[in-house]
Ligand binder design. Structure first.
Ligand SMILES: *Cc1c(COP(=O)(O)O)cnc(C)c1O
Length: 398
């Protein structure tokens, strides 16, 4: 390896491939200091750190503990019986100053944590909200992510991290029969990205929808129905727009009606407001209502609104041929979100957000500080997911 620093540029030559990173001079110096640093020989400490052997031994026991929990939780009470603040009473007020043994920590899991769990995975007995089911392979995947601990904010930060997300989101889109406009591999500007939640996804896309319009943010309006999940209203609180909740009726299976939507849009335009987006839902939380997309898309097109489809749990059913007609019209929407931690056997938290055009999202969320600039990003040949989401960092989450 060869390092050379010239002005603001640090060149690291590994084997035959030189990598040039544009860095601030201070950062360059700290990288050089790091790469040339030789630690002093370790001094014996009073409390030895966890070794690789300890990690293997206790890792094995922890995996066993997890599988024991999962195999037995069907017999545990679904709802925890603890009183509020039970854990504050059971734990010391400050962190231990001497190390705890792994035996003691595992025993705390059994005696202090398990009794305070609501057992969402308890088979057949959990009927609240939605039934999650994290599968063993997905739990192993999560463990691997923590073990690799990469930061994939842009492509160069870990190419495998970005590329695995690109490839697997295309796989998921195909599995769900989503239209080609949402695929990274299609020629258009669309693609998928993993977000933490359906709420985060709604916030990101509504921010993009607001950014598209040149108007006073407080006069912008997002349309939802009275069945829409509260995440949409919360997203409008965050981005600073108004929202209109349109009443639905049991005679229409509680689906948002395009006529009612258009009537409200017309009224709002008359009042000097700027409609920006409509959030449709395929599978509402409280009533399982499915909004019919084609008529909503037609109204949205007429008034140039962004259409976001919140399919947090219902989207998983798009894989089934018998439910395909519920998703007709997806080819004309702007974005679609499905939570993989609901019906797709992944542990919390993983929401797949698909956009037909990445540009408005990038316009709303891209910043390119000097320390993140690199030749690959500037070439435009790679995806940098930091610009598709609210946080900068992301782990190997695919
Ligand atoms: C679960 C659910 C949400 C909330 O999802 P988060 O990922 O927790 O933000 C939103 N919309 C619908 C339809 C849901 O089922």
């Amino acid at each position: 390896m060869m390092i050379s620093a010239k002005g603001n540029t640090l060149t690291i030559t590994l084997s035959a491939t030189p990598t040039t990173i544009g860095l601030g001079a201070a950062t360059a110096l700290s990288v050089v200091a790091y790469l040339t640093y030789r630690p002093p020989s370790p001094s014996p400490t009073k409390y030895p750190a966890t070794t690789a052997e300890d990690f293997n031994a206790w890792g094995g026991k922890l995996l066993r503990w997890i599988s024991d929990y999962r195999e037995s939780c069907r017999d545990l009470p679904v709802i925890s019986r603890v009183e509020p603040n039970y854990l504050q009473k059971a734990l010391p007020t400050s962190a231990p100053t001497t190390p705890e043994t792994y035996e003691a920590i595992m025993s705390d899991l059994d005696t202090k944590i398990l009794p305070g769990l609501t057992n969402w995975e308890a088979s057949n007995k959990f009927f609240a909200y939605f039934k999650p089911h994290a599968s063993y392979p997905a739990i192993l995947g999560e463990t691997l992510c923590a073990g690799l601990n990469v930061m994939g904010f842009d492509w160069i930060a870990s190419p495998a991290c970005t590329e695995l997300e690109v490839v697997t989101l295309d796989w998921l889109a195909r599995f769900l029969n989503l239209p080609d406009c949402f695929l990274h591999s299609s020629p258009g500007p669309g693609g998928g990205v993993i977000q933490g939640s359906a709420g985060e996804s709604a916030t990101v896309v509504l921010l993009a929808a607001a950014k598209r319009k040149d108007a006073d943010r407080s006069k912008m309006v997002v349309y939802i129905s009275d069945q829409t999940h509260a995440i949409a209203e919360k997203a409008t609180m965050i981005i600073g727009t108004q929202f209109r909740s349109i009443k639905t009726s049991p005679s229409n299976n509680l689906a948002l009606q395009a006529d009612d939507l258009e009537k409200q849009i017309k009224e709002d335009i008359k009042r000097g407001l700027t409609p920006i987006a409509v959030v449709a839902t395929t599978g509402t939380t409280s009533s399982c209502a499915f909004d019919s997309l084609p008529p909503i898309n037609a109204v949205a097109k007429k008034y140039d609104l962004w259409v976001h489809v919140d399919a947090a749990y219902g989207g998983a059913y798009a894989c089934l041929p018998e439910y395909r007609e519920k998703f007709v019209g997806l080819e004309d929407v702007d974005s679609f979100c499905v939570n993989c931690h609901k019906k797709l056997m992944c542990p919390f938290d993983i929401a797949a957000l698909y956009v037909a055009n990445r540009r408005p999202i990038l316009d709303a969320l891209s910043l390119q500080p000097e320390y993140l600039r690199n030749a690959h990003s500037e070439s435009g040949a790679v995806v940098d997911f930091e610009h598709w989401q609210m946080p900068l960092g992301l782990e190997l989450r695919a």
